[in-house]
Design a protein. Structure first.
Length: 509
C-alpha cells in the first residue's frame, strides 16, 4: 500500500519503481534504473510503517503488506533538508549551465525546497573546467557526488575510469591519474549526470535545452538500430541521445552513433534537382531522367543505409528497366559485445528484402561502368565506392543519383534528384535482430527535397509503370508484414504532428 493505494508489482521491485506505477515521482539523484543501487544521496527517503527510521525507497524492496507514505510531513521535511544539504556548496551556475532546463537538481529545488540559501560563508571551491576525455568536460563544483557516472563506467563499458576522492565537503569526482574518459560509450555519463557536472564538448554552449524539440527515432550508425531522440530546433539538429528500448539498447548508445546528426547539416544538403550541372525544376528533372533511362542497358544500386521503403521503390524502377542490380554498403568498423555492430549499415536486411539477388560486388560494377557495359545507372543514396575511371564515365552515361547530400558520386552523376534525409521521413530499417526500427520525421524536407521512395515512385510512373506504391503505401505494407503498431500509427497519423518541446517531454538524467 503506497499513500493509501494498493499496488501489485513483480518480485524484487523497489518502492521507488512501485510508486512510479501509481504516478508518484519520488525525488531522487543517485538511483538510475539501468545501474546498481548505491542509496547514497538519501533524497528518496520514505516512511515505511514499522520501520524505525525513514528508508531510501530506491533500496527498499516491496514486500507483502508493506505500508508506505511518500509524502507525509516527516518525509517532506527530510526531502527538503537533504536538498538543502546537497545545495550547500553547489555553485549558482544555472544561467550558464548546459543542464539548465533539464537539470534534476533544479527541478527538485523548485518542487520541494524553493527557499533562500542560509549559507553565509564562502562555498567550497573545486575545479570548474577539467578536460577528462575526448568528448567530456568535468565541473567538479557542480557534482553532487551521486556516483552514477562511476557506476556506469564500472558496470556498462566496464572501463572504471572514474572514482571518488577525499571526504566530507572536500570530496570530489575525479578521473584516475594518467587515464582519459575515452571509452566508446563515454557520453552516456552526460545523460545520466543529474546536474551539469559532466558536459559534452560537442553540445556545450550551443543552445539552451528548452529551445529544443525532441523526436523519437532510430540511429542509423550501425545494424543495432538503437532507439534515439533527435534534438533539434527548426530544421537544425543539435544532438542525439538514447531512448529506452529494453529489447535493443536499454538506456544507452555509443558515442559514434551520437555524432551521426552532423550529416544533417543544412550546408551539406542538396535542395534542388540538377541536370548536367544546372539546377532544374523537380518534375522536369524526373521527366528528363525517365527519357534518358528508357530502353537503356541499366544498372541500379540499392543502399543498405537507406530505408526499406526507398529500396522497395527502387526495385519497382529496376523492374521497369529490367536492370542489373547491385547493393552498396558502408565498410565494416568498430565492434564490441555491448551495442556497436561491425556492420555499419542500419538496413542491410531491409535492402536485401527489396533486392534479394542484388550483387554486392561494387568493384565489379566499377569495372563494368569503366568498360561501358551499361548505358545507364541509377544510384539510391550517395554511397558507391567507385574507381576514379568509373566515376569519370558517369557524366557521359544516363546516370541518376537520388541523394540527400553532396558526395563525389552525386557530383559525378548527370542527374541528381534531391532526397529528404532520415530525419525528414516516415520510414523503417530492419536491424540485426530482424526487428523493424522506425524513423519519424523531426522536421519537414524543405525546398524540392522529397522522400526518396516518392522520387522513385514518380520516376517509375514516368517510365510507364502503373500501380506502383508510393512511400506511404510501402510503409503501410511493411507495418503489416512486421506487425508494427508503431509504424502503422505513424503512417496513419496526420503528416504535421509536431514533436513535443523537450522541456515538457521529460527531464534527462
Ligand atoms: S559527475 Fe554527475 S553523475 Fe558523476 S557523481 Fe557527480 S553528479 Fe553524479
Ligand atoms: S550501437 Fe550502432 S545503432 Fe547503437 S548508437 Fe551506436 S551506431 Fe547507433
Ligand atoms: S536515490 Fe535513493 S538514496 Fe539516492
Amino acid at each position: 500500500m503506497i499513500d493509501g493505494q494498493e499496488v501489485t508489482v513483480r518480485k524484487g521491485t523497489n518502492v521507488l519503481e512501485a510508486a512510479k506505477l501509481l504516478g508518484k515521482d519520488i525525488s531522487h539523484f543517485c538511483y538510475h534504473p539501468g545501474l546498481s543501487i548505491a542509496a547514497s544521496c538519501r533524497q528518496c527517503l520514505v516512511e515505511i510503517e514499522k520501520a524505525p527510521k525513514l528508508t531510501p525507497s530506491c533500496q527498499a524492496i516491496v514486500a507483502d503488506g508493506m505500508v508506505v507514505h511518500t509524502d507525509s510531513p516527516r518525509v517532506q521535511e527530510a526531502r527538503r533538508q537533504m536538498l538543502e544539504f546537497t545545495l550547500k556548496n553547489h555553485p549558482v551556475d544555472c544561467p550558464i549551465c548546459d543542464k539548465a532546463g533539464e537539470c534534476i537538481l533544479q527541478r527538485h529545488y523548485m518542487d520541494h525546497d524553493h527557499r533562500l540559501s542560509r549559507v553565509d560563508v564562502p562555498k567550497v571551491r573545486k575545479a570548474k573546467h577539467k578536460d577528462i576525455g575526448r568528448e567530456i568536460v568535468l565541473d567538479q563544483e557542480r557534482c553532487i557526488l551521486c556516483s552514477r557516472c562511476v557506476r556506469f563506467c564500472e558496470e556498462v563499458p566496464k572501463t572504471a575510469e572514474l572514482g571518488m576522492m577525499f571526504r566530507g565537503d572536500r570530496e570530489i569526482l575525479d578521473i584516475d591519474d594518467n587515464r582519459r574518459l575515452d571509452n566508446p560509450y563515454s557520453l552516456n555519463v552526460v545523460d545520466i549526470c543529474p546536474v551539469g557536472a559532466l558536459t559534452s564538448k560537442d553540445f556545450r554552449f550551443k543552445i539552451r535545452a528548452w529551445e529544443l524539440h525532441a523526436t523519437a527515432t532510430t540511429c542509423n550508425g550501425c545494424a543495432t538500430g538503437c532507439a534515439i531522440e533527435l534534438h533539434h530546433k527548426d530544421t537544425r539538429a543539435y544532438r542525439i541521445v538514447p531512448r529506452l528500448d529494453p529489447d535493443v539498447n536499454s538506456y544507452w548508445m555509443c558515442d559514434a552513433g551520437r555524432m551521426t546528426y552532423k550529416e544533417l547539416d543544412p550546408d551539406l544538403r542538396i535542395h534542388h534537382a540538377r541536370v548536367d550541372g544546372e539546377t532544374a525544376p523537380l518534375a522536369e528533372a524526373i521527366a528528363e531522367a525517365a527519357r534518358r533511362l528508357r530502353g537503356k542497358r541499366t544498372a541500379v544500386v540499392y543502399s543498405a543505409v537507406e530505408t526499406t521503403e526507398a529500396n522497395l521503390a527502387l526495385a519497382e524502377v529496376a523492374k521497369v528497366l529490367d536492370a542489373t542490380e547491385f547493393l552498396a554498403r558502408r565498410p565494416e568498423g568498430e565492434v564490441d559485445d555491448l551495442l556497436q555492430d561491425a556492420d555499419k549499415n542500419p538496413n542491410l536486411r531491409g535492402a536485401r528484402r527489396a533486392a534479394p539477388d542484388a550483387s554486392d560486388h561494387m568493384d565489379q560494377l566499377a569495372l563494368e561502368i569503366a568498360g561501358a557495359a551499361y548505358e545507364a545507372v541509377v544510384f539510391l543514396g550517395g554511397l558507391a565506392p567507385l574507381s576514379d575511371v568509373a566515376r569519370q564515365r558517369l557524366s557521359s552515361l544516363a546516370s541518376v543519383c537520388i541523394t540527400d547530400r553532396r558526395s563525389e558520386l552525386s557530383d559525378a552523376c548527370a542527374i541528381v534528384l534531391p532526397a529528404a534525409s532520415w530525419a525528414e521521413v516516415v520510414g523503417s530499417y530492419v536491424n540485426r535482430q530482424n526487428r523493424l526500427r522506425v524513423l519519424r520525421p523531426a522536421f519537414p524536407p524543405l525546398a524540392d527535397r522529397r522522400h526518396p521512395a516518392d522520387l522513385l515512385h514518380h520516376l517509375a510512373v514516368a517510365l510507364g509503370a502503373t500501380d506502383v506504391p508510393d512511400a506511404r503505401a510501402h510503409a503501410r505494407a511493411l507495418a503489416e508484414a512486421y506487425e508494427s503498431d508503431e509504424l502503422r500509427a505513424l503512417v496513419d497519423a496526420a503528416e504535421d504532428v509536431r514533436p513535443p518541446l523537450l522541456r515538457w517531454a521529460h527531464m534527462r538524467g
